[in-house]
Design a protein around this ligand. Structure first.
Ligand code: G3I
Length: 400
């Protein structure tokens, strides 16, 4: 019998396609695309979500909003929408639920783009994660909030603003959002201490801000999984970041802050050109297991929220890079999936054609990073097969 993974790179199958893609997506696939636009070039026999589901693992991805038809990682791009439909059981907005997107001013909310994304996800029967109710880092908060005048009673005003934000967002989406990154990246990776923002200065401590965000989320979205999300990773150099996150998680438990899970972003990176990938995996595993053991010992679940793999340490040749990225990702996922506390795996986008790695991460040779499961022409890469194989190899999780 052909394995699930062997089916993955099969040629375009018209019948399967018609069963999974939207009418618009199918039209694009069957000839509606212009020459410089990729069609969804090769359709896997079984979507990643379906492969994961056989082990009670959910697979999903970040996606974006863009004007209909724009060449973007959006549901409004038929080729990309078909990919999301075929592969994902869960979606998360890459940017459109952040304060910068939702809060043009202290007195306004603008839900238009995220509403459209949430509606599409619901229409497609996809679960939705919320990212993020509070990115506690002034670099990514709106300018108006960084310069905000909290007045004569700064603590009360900061509490009012934060509670209003969390309550308004959670009330609007109700049970449509099953899991929230309530707080994102509150730990300074170099110092291991909590970042300060205008909110924490007004309230007197960062802990007070984070606790209030979680308590408010629990009160107004009691159904939802509440996640602390950060990018401490398994590569060397992240030790202080990991220690800072453990301290924060311990503090949540000591204070009775309602946090259910650690979001392990999983922006992986192969930096070192001199070490074979298998050896890197082996070398990094013990410290990483120590970190995860400490997290689950405190009673937290785990979520992989933003998986991608930078390939800076690998040579230019695409095939070599793709094989290295696939092996590294599979080694990582197999370690992660050895923890039954992990049930959701989301990549930060599906295709190298789009996304933050194209602008935020530069290889020394200037070539674009090949860090996602599909390439710039929306063709599946070995990384996709590696994810499928890691799911197929995983022990079934307990049913939810
Ligand atoms: O919306 C404007 C657009 O109008 C303009 O044409 C364009 C020109 O560059 O900029 C657009 O905004 C950019 C936006 O991405 C959409 O592309 C912002 O400048 C840019 O700062 C923003 O970056 C995002 C970043 O978070 C900051 O919000 C990335 O897309 C997004 O992938 C990244 O995601 C973060 C997670 O939220 C948290 N974890 C790390 C992860 C990667 O950095």
């Amino acid at each position: 019998m052909m394995s699930e993974v062997a089916q993955v790179d099969g040629a375009l199958n018209r019948r399967m396609l018609l069963g999974t893609a939207s009418a618009a997506g199918v039209a694009a696939l069957l000839g509606g695309c212009s020459a410089d636009r990729p069609a969804y070039a090769s359709v896997p026999g079984t979507g990643l979500h379906a492969i994961g589901a056989s082990r009670n693992i959910r697979f999903g991805s970040a996606f974006a909003w863009a004007p209909p038809g724009e060449d973007a990682a959006s549901f409004g791009n038929p080729a990309y929408a078909a990919l999301l439909q075929a592969e994902c059981g869960m979606l998360v907005a890459e940017n459109q639920m952040k304060w910068q997107a939702l809060r043009p001013s202290p007195t306004q909310f603008d839900f238009a783009r995220f509403d459209a994304m949430a509606a599409w996800a619901q229409q497609q029967g996809k679960a939705l994660r919320g990212h993020t109710l509070l990115w506690h880092y002034d670099r990514w908060l709106p300018d108006w909030l960084n310069a905000y005048d909290y007045g004569a009673r700064p603590e009360a005003e900061a509490e009012r603003l934060l509670v209003e934000h969390v309550r308004t967002v959670t009330a609007r989406y109700g049970t449509r959002i099953a899991s929230y990154d309530v707080v994102n990246e509150a730990v300074d990776p170099d110092a291991g201490t909590l970042r300060r923002t205008s909110l924490s200065r007004a309230m007197g401590s960062a802990e007070a801000v984070l606790d209030l965000a979680f308590h408010t989320a629990r009160a107004h979205a009691p159904h939802a999984e509440l996640v602390y999300n950060d990018y401490m990773s398994w590569e060397a150099g992240n030790e202080r970041h990991r220690e800072g996150v453990l301290q924060l998680l311990q503090g949540f438990r000591t204070r009775g802050t309602p946090v259910d899970a650690l979001g392990v972003q999983s922006h992986l990176a192969i930096f070192d050109s001199g070490v074979p990938v298998a050896e890197l995996v082996e070398r990094q595993s013990p410290a990483w297991r120590g970190f995860l053991d400490a997290v689950v010992a405190m009673g937290y679940r785990l979520v992989i929220t933003e998986l991608d793999t930078r390939d800076r340490g690998l040579p230019a040749d695409s095939a070599t890079r793709d094989a290295g990225v696939a092996a590294y990702t599979q080694g990582y996922l197999e370690l992660m999936l050895s923890y039954p506390q992990l049930t959701d795996v989301l990549t930060w986008g599906l295709a190298d054609r789009y996304g933050w790695l194209r602008t935020f991460d530069q290889r020394p040779d200037g070539l674009p990073t090949r860090g996602l499961p599909y390439d710039a022409d929306l063709r599946p890469k070995p990384m996709r097969a590696a994810i499928a194989q890691a799911f197929a190899n995983a022990a079934p999780r307990p049913a939810r």
